[in-house]
Design a protein around this ligand. Sequence first.
Ligand code: NOJ
Ligand code: CA
Length: 664
Amino acid sequence: MKQIIFSAAVVACCCAACTSVAELSSPDGRNTISFDAATMTYAVLRDGDTLIRPSALGIETREAQFADFEVARVRRASADETWTQPWGENKTMRDRHNEMAVEMRSADGRVRLTLRFRAFDDGVGFRYEWQVPDADSLTVTAEKTEFRFAADGDSWTIPASFETYELLYRKLPLAELTDANTPATFRVGDVYGSIHEAALYDYPEMTLRKTGELAFASELAPLPDGTKARVPGSFVTPWRTIQLGDRAVDLINSSLILNLNEPSKIEDTSWIRPMKYVGVWWGMHLGIESWSMDDRHGATTENAKRYIDFAAANNIQGVLFEGWNEGWESWGGRQAFDFTKPYADFDVAEIVRYARERGIEVINHHETGGNIPNYERQLEHALAWSAEQGMRNLKTGYAGGFPDGYLHHSQYGVRHYQKVVEAAAAHRITVNAHEPIKDCGIRRTWPNMMAREGARGKEWDAWSAGNPPSHEVMLPFTRLLGGPMDFTPGTFDILYERTRRSPRRKLWNCGPEVEMRVNTTLAKQIAEWVIIYSPLQMASDLIENYEGHPAFRFFRDFDADCDWSRALAGEPGEFVAVVRRAGGNFFLGAATNEEARTLTLPLDFLEQGTTYRATIYADGPDADWKSNPTSYVITERDVTAADTLEVAMAPGGGQAVTFMPSEK
Ligand code: NOJ
Ligand code: CA
């Protein structure tokens, strides 16, 4: 079904007698965004109540005055379209919205500015589109977009930073929030919402800074000279978005961010496939292997084959190798990585041949250390070489500062990350970026942009006090609203017992006083494969910790290529339950923070009339993340859509369930 209706109702609005206010409501009438041209402000109402009181809009540039605007006309349109994507939480999406484009001219006639507003049932978005015909380029010095809340409420955010998103989340009253990165999730009264952006290209990321009582303004990541962006005279900014819902899980189920991105620019997407993977990775973080070629080198031909054999035996499609290329000795120093020179003990041709014979993809890795000039110099050649070798999936990394005072999240960074995505697409290579720019839904337009990091991932558990039990039940309501995350769940050796015994272990990146472990139960680790959506889902532990483990059956059965998803229940940082369908099978994941909890979940998402064999991976009756993290039980039973499941979770625990049609 594809149906688009554009009604071009044009309202002239420039006479003194006209009201200066134009309003737009969502198709269900519940969300309204209004724009007042006289004050250059917008406001947002939910069910008729003001949620965002009049808040400034505006852009400042060095070359042109974005001021004294007169409205030339207001164009209105509506759309109702169903579209599909090659992979995603949901393969079929519906974009139903109303649109209002307010076309304005500055009094001096130099600037034409259109404010484009869209109202969806799951939120609102707006962006600036300008033309300054007599300017080739403009220097943006500030964006004045504000978000002024009408009442206090709760917020769940990480602090604003132009260099990293790998920070701990905090719950704060809006009145106490001083700065935040987006997605910035909030609850005001009965309304859940999240401020973010969509379609971020050639522009710095937006953070939020407190400017007054319950008031926040957009603060853009600066360039080294303090300006924010250098853009063409004609330019369209990213969308500023506010997702809205009645329940916290409505935010997870919202498709607003993807709907505000453009359709795919890659015509043939048949080469882009979700996958499960393992990798030579965790050993380095734990300190029992190394990235560099020394006596602890992880990425050796022998180890590679061991991982490939394991993947082939366990219904896993990919294997990642980090530390395969020359340059790791310079990590943290000159950052002089070479992306086409394998270490002498890593025989790429042999490894790819071995993998291909077993139906396994080799995942390449480019750690740049933040040395963008070094990477961009090699990029084209490195991608061509990678494709030639048969490595068509690429994990990138930016662990290190950018040179010359450039910040990760500035326009410079946004341009670089995009350049890599487009260059990779030209070579039919998929990208999984670590230390990335934030996810604003560009995967719709560039479906080879698979997953990214952009929050504290599993690695923090290896060399710090680790992520608290609330972290993984916070991510779905915050970071993941932007898009998929390569969190890399799945530690089975939760207390690092095997690692502690290893004479090879050398602590790194942490103080020896830190008593490392994962703050979880085993069942929660399994549930995270479902909860933390990624088209590239990693079982990140050492494979020896999975070999022969009865609970690893879940990952063998799991399918990263899902067709449909639904968040069923949850509250930010407290608990969450998510179900996904892949083909005829369903996978359910539920998790909780430090508190034990039992959820009662109707199974009405299952196909009516089908009996399913449910395999339940639950916390043991005596499980507790702190004192007894590895206690689990696996049970099986037949269920139908008419049944209800009691999901009992230990403190810091979780539960995962596979539902497969029973054989008749
Ligand atoms: C940080 C990344 O997040 C991690 O996955 C990677 O192993 C290291 N950098 C080294 O590249
Ligand atoms: Ca990282």
